[in-house]
Design a protein around this ligand. Sequence first.
Ligand SMILES: *[C@@H]1O[C@H](CO)[C@@H](O)[C@H](O)[C@H]1NC(C)=O
Ligand SMILES: *[C@@H]1O[C@H](CO)[C@@H](O)[C@H](O)[C@H]1NC(C)=O
Ligand SMILES: *[C@@H]1O[C@H](CO)[C@@H](O)[C@H](O)[C@H]1NC(C)=O
Length: 405
Amino acid sequence: MSIPPLFRCPISLDLFTDPVTLSTGQTYDRSSIEKWLADGNLTCPVTMQRLHDLSMVPNHTLRHLIDQWLLMDPQFDPDHIKNMDPDLSLATLKNNLQSQEASFTTKMETLRKIKDLSKESDTSRICLIQLGFFPLLLQLLFGSHHPETRLSAQGTEIAEEALNCLLNLSPSSQLGSLNMLKEPSSLASLLMLLDQGSMNIKISLWNMVEAISSSFETKDLCLLLGNNRTFLQLLVSLLHQSSDQCASDAAIRAIAGLSNLESNRGNVIREGGIDGLISYLSNPDRRHATKALTTIELLLGLESGKMALISNPNAVHVLVKMVFRVSDHEGCESVVNSLLIICYDSLRVRKKAINAGIVTQLLLLLQSQSSGRAKTKARLLLKLLRSMWSEDPSRCKLQHGLVDS
Ligand SMILES: *[C@@H]1O[C@H](CO)[C@@H](O)[C@H](O)[C@H]1NC(C)=O
Ligand SMILES: *[C@@H]1O[C@H](CO)[C@@H](O)[C@H](O)[C@H]1NC(C)=O
Ligand SMILES: *[C@@H]1O[C@H](CO)[C@@H](O)[C@H](O)[C@H]1NC(C)=O
C-alpha cells in the first residue's frame, strides 16, 4: 500500500502532523520548521527566500485531506513512510516543474511521476489539485515558452506529458485557472501548440477548449478565443482533415461548445465554420454527427449562417443523406429543421433537395419511430416542396414513386 507522497513535510519527509504554511506559501510540519528557525536559519527551506515575516498559518485543507485519507485507509502504518523514495516529496516535484534550470530529463521524470500519482488513487489526485499542481502544469505548458516560433521535439514531449497530467487531474473546480490563457503570451503559446503540436497535443487541447466553453467561470476566455481569427482558422482546418477521426471529433466538440455562446457564432461562420461542419459530415459514420448537426442549426439563426450553408455546394446533398443516418431524435430534428430553413429561403435549394432524394427520406421518416417534432418539421417541409411537384408532377412521381394525396 503506497501513501500519497504529497502528505509529507519537505523537511522531515514524514507524514504531516501539524502542517503550517509560511508567508512564502510553502507548507511544513510545525515542529520541523520551528526547529529550522530555532537553529538560526531565516529562510524558507524550499524557496530559499529570506523570511521577513515569521508567521505560520495552520493549513487546515491539508490537515483535513490527510485525516480523510487516514480514515479511508485503516491499514495505514506510519513506518511505511520511512521506506519510501525520498525523492518523491511534493516540494521536489514542484521545484522541478518550476525551475528554469531543471534539465529536460528531470522535467520529464517529474511529469511522469505526477502522471503516475494522478492515476494512483482519487486521494492523490485530490491532493495534487489541492496542492496547486493544476495551475503549475498550465504554467509549464503555456507560460514558460519563450515565444518559440517552432516547437522542438523536446517541447512536444513535455507538452504531451503535461497535458496527460492535466487531463488526468481535470478538476472541474479548477477550470478558473485556465483564465491564464487570457494573457496574450499564453494565448500565443496555445496557438503555437494547436498549430505545430502532435495530433495527441491537438486532441487534448481541443478537449480543453470544450471544457473552457462549458463553464461559466471561463466565459470571457471563451469569448476571447472566439474572437481570435487564427484560433478559429486552426479549428476549422481540423474539421476539414479526414485522416484522424479522434482529432476531428475533438474539433467538433470544441466548435459546438464555442457556438453555444451567441456572440461567437458570427465569427465561427466568418471563418468558414459551416463549410468545416459540412466537410466533417461528408465522411460516413461520424461519431459526432448529431453535435455537428445541432451546431449547424444554431448557426442558421444568423443570416450569414444561412448564406454560408446555401452557398456550400455539397451542403444540401450531405444534409439530405443525414436525415436517416443520424440515429437519435435530436440529430434528426436538427437536420430536418435546417433543411426546412434553407429550403424556405431558396428555390434553388428546394430543387437541389428534391434531386438529392429528400422526398423519399421524409416519407420514410414519417413512417419511422422518429420524434413527433421531427415529423412535424418533415410535414412542413413536404408541404413546402409540394408546390414544386405541381410544377413538374410527372417527374417527381416517377422519381419517388409518389402518389400526391
Ligand atoms: C541551516 O542552514 C544551513 C545552510 O543552509 C544548513 O547547513 C543547516 O543544516 C540548517 N539548519 C538546520 C537546522 O536545518
Ligand atoms: C496548504 O498547503 C499546500 C501545500 O503546500 C498549499 O498548496 C496550499 O496553498 C496551503 N493552503 C493554505 C490555505 O495555505
Ligand atoms: C490571436 O492571439 C494572438 C496571440 O495572443 C495574437 O497575437 C493575435 O493578434 C490574435 N488575433 C486576433 C485577431 O485577435
